[in-house]
Design a protein around this ligand. Structure first.
Ligand code: UDP
Length: 328
């Protein structure tokens, strides 16, 4: 049986595809290649197209023996979502509705969902637990929460089973050096810091230094993308064992401020990284740090690559080898 990976040519999706292939799984990918890269796929069958294309989805389910879906395909930029919420509702929420309807028609009812720490908004406590209040502070997080809720109603009505994985900050690159982070335009902290280290950008901007944190910059929990990928395999296995639906945080449990990330990047790269202070970015909570106890105990997840120096080191290797990214 095959696993359908939507958004499999994207950053986290391509690392999950690599992990599935390493496990000997058959992989089918649907990706519209708006943000994904053909070269990021290390194998599997690619259907180039959009989730909102009903005919395409029906064909994918007809032509392949799919037993589980991992759903990554979405827009995922906090800043952009504040300017273009309609784009996020249309692609993320309506796209997920199309996928769920197609799964239901094809009688495929297991889904691993790519969710986010942004579903929590300003945390009521740190580290954040899965049972904590979800009150997103940005449109991106709001759409991801709506997608989670939609999947729950498909569980109630149509006996779907899901695992929702709420990622904290994904970073790093595959150990093979063949795949890594390449967004256009790039907005994420770690690749931007490394592009500044490479001299491809004049400086890195720090968005806000008046947050209620130790050094005033935002604190985030950085997790290696291949550790995230592992959790998806464990989630598929859990669903195949017939265990119930669940939500898991995926983070490292340690918070690093934007300024600390830049300092560690200076150490890892040995390069100058000029910094410019700027205003806060709309929609950013001050601190997001996960408790991933539940994923560790229930899923048996063991993030082993997520020391921040190691994460930045693997990303640095990717940036040095591929300064222009996939260039496709
Ligand atoms: N950030 C920053 N400068 C940048 C990009 C990001 O200071 O050029 C900050 C951002 O405000 C947030 C953190 O870095 O506090 C991580 O942002 P990123 O966009 O990487 O991930 P997000 O937390 O939005 O998923």
């Amino acid at each position: 049986m095959a696993v359908l990976v939507t958004g499999g040519a994207g950053y986290i999706g391509s690392h999950a595809v690599a992990a599935l292939l390493e496990k000997g799984e058959e992989v089918v990918v649907v990706d519209n290649l708006q943000q994904g890269h053909r070269a990021a796929l290390l194998g599997g069958v690619l259907y180039e197209g959009d989730l909102r294309d009903e005919e395409l989805l029906d064909r994918v389910f007809r032509e392949n023996k799919i037993d589980s879906v991992i759903h990554f395909a979405a827009n995922s930029l906090v800043g952009e979502s504040m300017k273009l919420p309609g784009k996020y509702y249309h692609n993320n929420v309506y796209g997920t509705l199309c996928l769920l309807e197609a799964m239901n028609r094809a009688d495929v009812k297991r889904i691993v969902f790519s969710s986010t720490a942004a579903t929590y908004g300003e945390p009521e406590q740190v580290p954040i637990r899965e049972t904590d209040r979800t009150e997103p502070t940005n449109a991106y997080g709001e759409t991801k929460l709506a997608m989670e809720k939609m999947i729950r109603w498909f569980e109630v009505a149509h006996e779907f089973r899901f695992v929702s994985l709420r990622y904290f900050n994904a970073a790093g690159a595959h150990e093979s050096g063949r795949i890594g982070e390449d967004h256009s335009p790039e907005t994420h902290l770690v690749p931007l810091v490394l592009q500044a280290a490479l001299g491809k950008r004049p400086h890195i901007s720090v968005f806000g230094e008046d947050y209620p944190t130790e050094d005033g910059s935002c604190v985030r929990d950085y997790i290696h993308v291949s550790d995230l990928a592992d959790a998806h395999i464990l989630a598929v296995e859990r669903l195949r064992r017939g265990e119930g639906s669940a939500v898991y945080n995926l983070g490292n449990g340690f918070g690093f401020s934007v300024k600390q990330v830049i300092d560690i990047a200076r150490r890892v790269t040995g390069r100058e990284i000029p910094v410019v202070m700027e205003d806060r970015r709309a929609g950013d909570p001050a601190v997001l740090v996960a408790s991933s106890e539940k994923a560790r105990t229930e899923l048996g997840w063991n993030p082993r690559r997520s020391d921040l120096e190691n994460i930045i080191g693997s990303a640095w290797k990717w940036h040095l080898d591929r300064p222009e990214g996939y260039n496709d």
